[in-house]
Design a protein around this ligand. Structure first.
Ligand code: ARG
Length: 586
């Protein structure tokens, strides 16, 4: 329950009562109340009752209207067009809510006492490999969803499903054993950290040897068997690589300012001891069957290009387990041990079929009961300016740290231009907040499933649909609040008549809670971005039309200061839920 009921919520209640009084048969119908340019709100759903009730649509609207009446919240009502109802609300109702929200640490947004447990799987980089832009998207989107869900009261368990297991480790470890010193020699630390450049070289060198030297490939395969069997020296070498990679991942997370911690890193290897059991159970229950030696799950509706059924392979014919088996074990663990009633996976859209098959298998096996929701939250590809998947000129994947550096560099230019007198330390801090915020906003503001172009210059623009625009609006508000004359307190004077721009801003501030609910329902952070962008734009309009510090009277000054203050609080809270910083000055 919200602690401050929004005007839209109050109106919905009034409409529900009015409809059930006027037309008891249609008591449950949705008035479809929306914000409108003609009045403050418009109800478009009333006309829909006309047909079933066999009454003329304008007549239906008129009878509902009779039962609404004006009061402390509703200032004016009218039927328009074929049967819409236009609603204008009172200035007092707006002012009352502004005051109540500004006085509350959560801005009047309640939290759900009966919330559930969500396990969210995101980021998921692979050991001994650079993170790529796909991992960046997963990390940023996952982080925003964690924050939004937690704000609604949900218990959220983060899972960083590291790619830390598999046959490639045989090759990596074998190469390290045979060339213990080679990789350390002349190690030039680069800005992704010394460990990552070393691991990169290890990956390339061992892959080349594996592909060109059949004897080495054999030794590498035997290494995999030793790793599976827990051979001490082999496991120690593997652990060394995991630890080294984690240092690099953590540097990226720290740079991004995301919530992921070491305790959240529960990689594929964690599920390894459970895989034999998973397969045995699937086979015993008949969910999986042997086919050409492999253990497979088949689906009616999933077929390959030649019309042959495409199975989910849970155990290969050589006895090895794959990616899918690990995901099944993870579901069993997350539902059975962690008590999740919602499982979310923030993973590239190209893995949609994988998750469809994994979820269906888990349902058949009874590991995913009907009351547990499992969703693959896919996302699109990051493109270069040429519209093709983002690569360096030489065709390699772009290193994340390089990309973040680029955004911070552009941000530094923008910040330095605005505030040329800044000391280096301040400049760096602001450039980091602006640059990282810009990358996050650009990612989160596009609808999740769409591709987008990475364009650092556009991202840090001060007046586009950017994180920088929001940060700038926030900083401007703080500057006004700092300049407020002494003895003057932001206060919503309830008997004032509001200007159009004040009403527009006030009504938008009242929609913050509904926006968070929408993000938590749809798992679409771009809805919060769009809201914050409209809020910053409405603030700009207000600022242009309604002088604050030169307001005509003390009451108006205090009321406008309260509007500034609450806009600042709402922007800060909203941007925090996106993981975007709000410097006090820009
Ligand atoms: N590590 C994988 C990759 O880099 C993504 C893992 C996604 N998560 C999962 N539970 N399957 O592509």
């Amino acid at each position: 329950m919200p602690t401050v009921l929004s005007i839209a919520d109050v109106l919905r209640e009034r409409f529900a009562q009015a409809i059930s009084t006027a037309f008891p048969d249609a008591a449950d119908s949705d008035p479809q109340l929306r914000r409108s340019d003609r009045a403050d709100f418009q109800a478009n759903g009333i006309m829909g009752l006309a047909k079933p009730l066999r009454v003329n649509p304008r007549e239906v609207a008129a009878r509902v209207l009779e039962n609404l009446g004006v009061d402390q919240v509703i200032a004016n009502l009218e039927v328009s067009g074929p049967g819409f109802i236009n609603v204008t609300v009172t200035d007092a109702a707006i002012l009352e809510r502004l005051a109540a929200r500004a006085a509350d640490a959560r801005l009047g947004v309640g939290s759900n006492a009966e919330a559930g447990v969500t396990v969210i799987d995101y980021s998921q980089p692979n050991i001994a490999k650079e993170m790529h832009v796909g991992h960046l998207r997963s990390t940023i989107i996952g982080d925003a969803l964690v924050r939004a869900l937690e704000f609604t009261g949900e218990k959220v368990i983060r899972r960083n499903h590291l790619g830390d297991w598999g046959t490639q480790f045989g090759m990596l470890i074998q190469y390290l054993v045979e060339h213990p010193a080679e990789l350390d020699e002349g190690t030039e630390p680069d800005d992704s950290g010394p460990s990552m450049s070393r691991l990169n070289r290890l990956y390339k060198a061992s892959r080349a040897k594996f592909d060109s030297d059949a004897d080495f490939a054999d030794r590498a395969r035997r290494r995999v068997v030793e790793l599976q069997a827990g051979h001490a020296e082999t496991v120690a070498s593997w652990q060394g690589m995991v630890d080294e990679s984690k240092v690099y991942f953590e540097a990226v997370y720290a740079r991004l300012g995301v919530l992921l911690e070491d305790a959240d890193a529960v990689g594929e290897s964690y599920y390894n001891p459970m895989l034999a059991d998973v397969c045995a159970d699937l086979e015993a229950s008949g969910v999986a069957v042997r086919s050409d030696g492999a253990l497979c799950v088949f689906f009616e509706d999933i077929k390959g290009p030649n019309g042959e059924p495409t199975p989910l392979i849970v155990q290969k014919s050589d006895g090895g387990y794959g990616y899918a088996t690990t995901d099944l074990a993870a579901i069993r663990d997350r539902v059975g041990m962690l008590g999740a009633n919602q499982l979310l996976y923030v993973v590239d859209s190209r893995q949609a079929l994988h998750f469809q098959m994994v979820f269906e298998t888990a349902r058949r096996a009874g590991w995913l009961p009907d009351n547990v929701r499992a969703l693959h939250l896919g996302f699109g590809t990051v493109l270069g300016k040429d519209g093709k998947p983002f690569k360096t000129r030489s065709g390699e994947t772009v290193r994340l740290m390089d990309l973040l550096d680029e955004a911070v560099d552009r941000a530094r230019t923008v910040v330095a231009e605005k505030s040329p007198q800044l000391a280096t330390e301040e400049l760096e801090d602001r450039a980091r907040q602006v640059g990282i915020g810009a990358v996050k906003y650009a990612d989160l503001s596009t609808s999740r499933t769409r591709d987008y172009i990475f364009d650092a210059d556009r991202m840090v623009s001060l007046n586009g649909d950017t994180g920088t625009y929001l940060q700038y609006a926030y900083a401007r508000i703080q500057s006004i609040l700092r300049k407020a004359p002494e003895g003057v307190t932001p206060t919503a004077h309830q008997d004032l008549a509001l200007e159009t721009a004040e009403r527009g801003l006030g009504l938008l501030l009242d929609e913050f809670g509904a926006t968070i609910d929408l993000v938590a329902e749809t798992f679409e952070p771009h809805r919060l971005c769009a809201y914050l962008h409209s809020l910053a734009a409405a603030y700009t309009t207000f600022y242009e039309h309604c002088p604050v510090l030169k307001a005509p009277s003390r009451e108006v000054l205090e009321t406008r200061l309260l509007l500034c203050q609450l806009t600042g609080q709402t922007l800060r809270q909203g941007m925090d839920l996106l993981g975007i910083g709000t410097p006090e000055r820009l």
